[in-house]
Design a protein around this ligand. Structure first.
Ligand code: C2E
Ligand code: MG
Ligand code: MG
Length: 645
């Protein structure tokens, strides 16, 4: 802007200077014309004038015949000089003064013979004549050459006042208009360019904001949070102190999202972000890493007490009710913290360790907080190693299936077998499915593994004598990634197992996911003739509404319930209810993990239909299962308690 102003001033100055020199040159030529006209009109008596110049006196001429210089004439004074520059006659008063010639001074055609005159006219000139300033008149020197040679000089003073004013005025106007036009021609494109650049800056700033911030909540995103944290760690390395990175998850956010819709989920996330923002210090930063994953970096923390204080404040804030469309939604948050420098001094390590602590907090129970400790890291590294091993385990034939019998309580007959996968790791031996199934789910290896298990179980089952029934566990991840219905239909078709001989066991975790899609899949499977069992009932959400909404043919009551039966009256009462409800809905009830005669007695009295547990048989190979089926044609007595232990 300042540059533009300076440029404008320069343009004005240049136009002014140009107009002045144009005025000068116009006055110059105009003065010459006026003098020429005056000389013509004056009708000098030529011979007499020649004599006047030759003699240097006015004797030869009648002074009365000299031209007048009346007031109002443009030529208001004139002088006659001889060839040496000597003044012969002047109509004015006063001599030539030592003033610098005026701007509009014009000295024309002074011949070589009049050198002295020329210099005297130049150097000595009246600044004021009759009250006029030197800018108001021009002086025109005309040589008088009757026979070709100059014999003298007539100097005329031409009044320029009006012309100068007029010309200056109009030229100033023209100059001003020109300057304005030039300025306009420069200013308009410059302003346009300026606005364009400003828009571009704004757009760039907006793009930067979008690339640094989460669109939904306005918090920092993962990469900008990483940069902020790195800068804080850098400062910390110089000045000491601690930085706590707290990973935060909204508990059961998926449920809210699924049950109330994504708009409600979004508004909760925005609200969480706002609560985080208002509950951290000015030097702390909060970010959203994805879905319901948030993270906060607390700057310059002095110890665990301070961190716990902040965590408590955040938990209180995040744990108070959310209101969406006038509806109150209770929500809590789980948190895990890693503190620099003890738990790591770089962004990746701190984030990973905070996530591990959060993971532990979620496993312990919702609405909890955990600090990171080194054991978590070891466990994490082990899990990562196992995840790598899992990739090749199918190809290297490291999996096999074992089958655990399920007994009909009414007559002790063998009703079915549950297929349970085993991983025989080349280095670490047998690894429990409780451990590796969750890794296979995280890495989605469960998809090919689950397909292998289903096919293997069906193939084994068709090789068994009648009555043959097999139950196969399915993971929720299989439902997310593939159409389980299509897979089951294909495998049944390939293996020749009858759909009625297959039972699929699913857990409640699956039902908390996209319930409509799951319901469609399960309904199609039921229509195909496959049974669906709700496994581990009592360990999860245990929503009774699931029982009526989903097409289960069986409920498998988890072994933790069975174990508590004998000494907890409340469990007894709950199991009574579940059994009654299941029966009223036409479902078969299986009790899992039956280990003792006492438990067997309890579940029989409660009215369970089937039992599974070490009391009736450990998981055995497919060949063993075939033998068991054969033998079961004459129903065995339950094994004595001592042999089951
Ligand atoms: P689950 O489906 O509830 O399987 C029953 C688990 O209880 C089996 O453990 C079985 O060995 C164990 N069990 C049976 N009777 C008793 C008993 O009397 N006492 C005790 N303490 N335990 C008993 P396993 O084979 O270690 O499997 C654990 C879990 O891993 C399974 O629980 C299931 O959720 C999962 N799993 C096992 N095989 C597969 C599979 O092929 N696919 C999938 N997706 N998950 C599987
Ligand atoms: Mg099961
Ligand atoms: Mg179970």
């Amino acid at each position: 802007m300042l540059g533009l102003l300076l440029f404008g001033c320069a343009v004005l100055y240049a136009t002014n200077m140009t107009s002045r020199s144009v005025v000068d040159s116009m006055l110059h030529s105009e003065a010459k014309d006026v003098t020429r006209g005056w000389l013509n009109r004056a009708e000098w008596e030529l011979f007499k004038l020649t004599e006047v110049f030759a003699t240097g006196s006015l004797r030869a001429i009648d002074v009365d015949h000299l031209p007048d210089t009346a007031p109002g004439d443009r030529v208001f004074r004139y002088e006659l000089y001889d060839r040496t520059g000597g003044l012969i006659y002047s109509t004015g008063v006063g001599g030539l003064s030592a003033e610098t010639p005026p701007r509009s001074f014009v000295m024309a055609s002074v011949t070589a013979a009049s050198k002295e005159l020329k210099s005297s006219l130049r150097d000595g000139y009246a600044a004021k004549e009759d009250g006029r300033t030197r800018t108001q008149y021009a002086l025109v020197a005309k040589p008088y050459p009757p026979l070709g040679d100059s014999v003298g000089t007539i100097v005329a003073y031409v009044d320029q006042t009006k012309q100068a004013q007029l010309l200056t005025k109009s030229l100033k106007f023209v100059a001003a208009v020109t300057a304005a036009l030039i300025l306009l021609a420069i200013l308009v494109p410059s302003l346009l360019a300026f606005f364009k650049i400003r828009e571009r800056w704004k757009a760039q700033a907006h793009i930067q904001y979008l690339s640094d911030n989460d669109k939904l909540t306005g918090l920092l995103n993962r990469s900008s949070f990483g940069r902020e944290l790195e800068a804080k760690l850098e400062l910390r390395r110089e000045s000491g102190g601690g930085i706590a990175v707290i990973a935060i998850n909204v508990d059961r956010f998926k449920d809210v999202n699924d049950s109330m819709g994504h708009a409600a989920g979004d508004s909760i996330l925005r609200c969480v972000a706002e609560r985080l923002r208002t509950n951290i210090g000015a030097e702390d930063v909060a970010a959203r890493l994805g879905s319901d994953e948030f993270v906060v970096a607390l700057n310059d923390v002095r110890g665990p007490v301070e961190i716990v204080g902040t965590v408590q404040r955040l938990r209180d804030a995040l744990g108070s009710s959310y209101w969406v469309d006038g509806q109150e939604i209770p929500c809590t948050a789980s948190m895990g913290a890693a503190v620099a420098p003890d738990d790591g001094d770089d962004v990746a390590t701190l984030l990973r360790h905070a996530a591990l602590a959060l993971d532990r907090a979620k496993k312990v129970g919702r609405n909890t907080f955990k600090f990171f400790d080194r054991d978590m890291d070891m466990a994490f590294l082990r899990r990562r190693e196992r995840a790598n091993d899992l990739h090749q385990a199918i190809d290297q034939d490291q999996f096999n299936l074992v089958y655990q019998p399920q007994i009909r309580l009414s007559d002790g007959a063998l009703a079915s077998h549950e297929a349970l996968v085993r991983w025989n790791h080349p280095e670490h031996g047998n690894i429990s499915p409780n451990y590796f199934i969750s890794i296979a789910e995280e890495t989605e290896i469960i998809v090919p593994l689950g397909e292998w298990i289903l096919r293997r179980a069906c193939l084994d089952a068709v090789s068994w004598p009648e009555p043959r029934n097999v139950a196969v566990n399915l993971s929720p991840v299989q439902f997310k990634r593939t159409s389980v219905y299509e897979l089951v239909a294909r495998v049944l078709d390939e293996t020749g197992l009858a759909p009625s001989q297959l039972e699929l066991e699913i857990t409640e975790n699956l039902l908390m996911w996209d319930t409509e899609a799951v319901l469609r899949e399960l309904t199609k499977l039921r229509e195909l003739g496959v049974d669906i069992a709700l496994d581990d009932f009592g360990t999860g959400y245990s929503s009774l509404s699931y029982l009526s909404r989903f097409p289960f043919s069986k409920i498998k009551i988890d072994r933790t319930f069975v174990r508590a039966l004998a000494h907890d009256q409340r469990v007894n009462a709950i199991m009574c209810c579940i059994v009654a409800l299941g029966r009223s809905l036409g479902m078969t009830i299986t009790a899992e993990g039956v280990e003792t005669q006492e438990q067997a007695e309890f579940i029989r009295r409660l009215g369970c239909d089937l039992a599974q547990g070490f009391l009736y048989g450990y998981p055995v190979s497919a060949a063993e299962s075939a033998k068991l089926i054969e033998a079961s044609k004459t129903p065995p007595e339950p094994r004595p308690e001592s042999s089951a232990a």
